[in-house]
Ligand binder design. Structure first.
Ligand code: XIL
Length: 343
């Protein structure tokens, strides 16, 4: 039995993995119990999974994950209360079934906004009341910043402005209680322009008394990008605001963006790529450890290379679905990166 990742970093931060309910059994279940002390649902707790139709709830997958965390004494991250993806359309339809974003009448626009915020509050209240005793950290809103500057122009934003963000945090706090940790989660938080937009938004919200505890840095990154310096800078800027940082969706892709030159099979990946990836993981965890007072958890967006959302992205651009972002290979064997991280 190799040394445990969670034990190695026990005094610094949690080590987590994103899971689908079916991954809790067998080989993957064993790896989870040995190496991780935190889990998050890869898809099972998103709005489209929990409330596909208004008032019709499906708790099955989410409950399984909660049960596993409870039984194995693991921390639980909740992902995600509010997002523009994987949210069912019914949220954004008015009483007549028309898209709210098309409304031009000012009075009806106000009514739509009120209706959407009401639906959001009901969703948050219902979910939080069910899981509040089990969840430690909540992704309250996900990906609200636009890559090209400012706020993401999602239906949430078009219909409510920034009010949905404020109301989401206030509602989560109201039902989850004071001990709950509430996060604003996003990707490319290392990129200076996006980082600054997020920093501005969070500063404004904090000034208005909005209850935000921390920033979730997704960290869908590459071997050579972004730089360690930018990564450090981002953590430090949010720490200075008095916030916690969590690394919430870590994976280190072998490819650039877009991933248009993917290998055809896993066996085609040269050993050299795994060595470069190991150096990258080494530098990252060295940084995380150095900043351990400012980082409360580091979660990978999967367990082993046999199951990663990056395969779908590689396939979209290359026609082949191979990436290898984790510490365990497609047969759950430890990779060079594992030895760097455990060292
Ligand atoms: C991804 C899942 O991994 C996929 O299985 C699903 O098809 C799409 O969503 N940012 C997020 C995550 O916040 O929820 C996304 O997860 C990956 C990007």
């Amino acid at each position: 039995q190799v040394a445990s990742l969670a034990e190695r970093y026990e005094s610094a931060f949690d080590i987590g993995a994103a899971v689908e309910p079916y991954q809790l059994n067998g080989r993957q279940g064993k790896i989870l119990k040995h190496h991780y002390n935190s889990i998050v649902a890869e898809n099972a707790m998103k709005p489209i999974s929990l409330q596909p139709q208004e008032g019709q709830w499906d708790w099955e997958g989410a409950d399984k994950i909660v049960e596993f965390a409870r039984k194995n004494d693991m921390n639980l991250r909740f992902h995600t209360l509010v997002w523009h993806n994987q949210v069912p359309d019914w949220f954004f339809l008015d009483e007549n079934g028309n898209p709210m974003v098309d409304e031009i009448d000012a009075e009806k626009r106000d009514a739509n906004k009120a209706l959407l915020l009401e639906r959001m509050k009901t969703h948050i209240q219902t979910v939080v009341e069910r899981y509040k005793d089990d969840v430690d950290s909540w992704d309250v809103v996900n990906e609200v910043i636009d890559d090209n500057g400012g706020l993401r122009n999602s239906p949430w934003y078009q219909i409510t402005g920034t009010d949905y963000i404020k109301v989401a945090f206030e509602t989560a706090r109201k039902y989850a209680g004071e001990e709950a940790k509430l996060y604003i989660n996003d990707y490319n938080t290392e990129v200076p322009s996006k980082r600054d937009d997020l920093h501005n938004l969070v500063s404004q919200l904090l000034d208005q008394g909005v209850p935000i505890d921390g920033v979730g840095h997704q960290a869908h990154i590459q071997i050579d990008w972004p730089s360690i310096e930018e990564t450090r800078e981002s953590f430090e800027m949010f720490t200075e605001l008095g916030l916690d940082n969590q690394v919430t969706e870590l994976d280190v892709s072998l490819y650039g963006w877009p991933p248009d030159n993917a290998y055809e099979t896993y066996d085609d990946i040269p050993a050299e790529d795994f060595e470069r990836q190991a150096v990258r993981y080494d530098q990252l965890f060295e940084l995380y450890e150095e900043l351990e007072a400012d980082i409360s958890s580091v979660t990978f967006w999967g367990i082993a290379d046999n199951h990663t959302w990056l395969d779908d992205r590689a396939e979209q651009y290359s026609g082949v679905g191979i990436d290898a972002p984790f510490l365990f290979d497609e047969n759950y064997r430890v990779k060079p990166a594992f030895w760097k991280v455990i060292d």
